[in-house]
Design a protein around this ligand. Sequence first.
Ligand code: NA7
Length: 545
Amino acid sequence: PHPGTAPDHDVLIIGAGFAGLYQLHRLRELGHDARIIEAGDDVGGTWYWNRYPGARCDIESVEYSYSFDPELQDEWDWSERYAAQPELLAYAQHVADRYGLREDITFGTRVERLDWDDEAGRWTVTTDDGASRTARYVIAATGCLSVPSRPEFEGLTDFAGEVYRTSRWPHEGVDLTGKRVAVIGTGSSGLQTITAIAPVVGELTVFQRTPSYAVPAHNGPNAQRLADARKRYSEIREHSRMSRTGFGCPEGTLLLADTPAEEARREFDTRWADGGLCFSSAFKDILRDARANEIAAEYVRDRIRAKVEDPQLAEKLSPRTYPIASKRMCVDTGYFEVYNQPNVSLVDLNEQPIRRITERGIVTGVTGEAGKAGEADDEREHACDVIVLATGFDAMTGALTAMDIRGTGPTLREKWAHGPRTYLGLMSAGFPNLFTITGPQSPSVLSNMMTSIEYHVDWITRALEHLRAHGLHRMEAAPEAEDNWVNTTNDLAARTLMPQAASWYMGANIPGKQRVFMPFIGGVGTYRQIGDGVATAHYHGFELA
Ligand code: NA7
């Protein structure tokens, strides 16, 4: 690009998931020249890639949907209480078509590199096709759970059967009927896959490293809920925006530690009967007090024991090594009952770690030299036709550090080597005019993502409008404001039990990744008040030029 000439675009947005689509729509409405670059061949982001059997949202569809256009809200009928992946993808496609967004999306193109030119005040965005485009502003709508983690399993490429990753499930042509299937991983994706495929596979072997706390979804038809919601939708949305979680959870006001056991049990029973993630909002101290947390955890273990016929198996499926809700809980639809089927077995990787994968299947065992079959007494080969990897993501920072981002100082990868540093999760000092939607140190993954996405898009749009209105062209987080925000997010997390879990919130699932609690835990409503306050105070803590 020649200095002095206009950049190719006002704004380039990376990603055409729910964040990127809404951002594009908002900017186009206001007459900005904006374009999305998307790696996939269609819109939908998370719901484009995660097509594994049983993939479903853990937030109710009445809430996990856009609120920005009442007409859209009224015309789209969600068929189930919790929407499944095909319906969510169809919704994203509908939104793209309804607002004519596709003409401004470049598909099948992955952003690899961003270079900031301080003199010209623009980013050069380089993509995997070798092309580059310039833009004054870049908005990363790259998702929080979009880069699969790729744990190394020795010999995986020797396996003669089929291998599928839940987060990159083929669009068609997978038939597991009657096959011997091994699933590695028991987070949300693993639980949903296992529950969905158990009725059709021949044999199912689940390889579990850490069991999950799961609450029932009680999924079902949605017509009544939707009709009820439509009577007071603006009230529901307003409540969600100011809530802790970004969706309508009745927040318990009592301390569990002070509540008589009978009363506590009744409250948990009610929430269990309602289903969903609000279970852990039952009492104020569940995430703060280890004793209270243990009471809630034991309630869930009791439920697991009641569902699984074999007591030893129930014990293995019961989480004990981390506080409940310190990892995102799973919302299940008959997961534990699967283990009562005679053709389903569980391998506890704490007793029998995976040693390697062979042509025929997965070898587990504790002793003996790796690679030499037969040396370990307890070595066992679990023969299978299909291996499913439900092993999670390089969460929150993964998609950002996957790009080579060069601002005014160290690269983003270098700067974040010891954990992400942002102001409000929206910008990082040294990277002017680069915004992140649902970035680290914002509520993002601790909330209903739709609520958090809409808030960030609206905030960024307002900021760009402010710059345009005042003839400004540059915005950057001030280092002091960033330091303060990083300290605030860390302090808030330290007051909870969250850092005790080896979770992806902590980056603990990725070898070598700095362990630091990444999301802002102060709540969606509080965060919103802070963000609005900053904007109103002329973007206090940002440098505008
Ligand atoms: P998660 O929740 O990160 O789950 C990944 C699972 O894979 C988890 O049980 C891991 O065990 C397991 N895992 C990861 N690496 C290995 C290796 N090397 N060996 C054995 N097992 C392994 O990802 P999901 O996709 O299920 O869910 C992500 C979010 O999407 C979820 O929270 C919802 O918000 C939606 P670990 O716990 O690390 O011991």
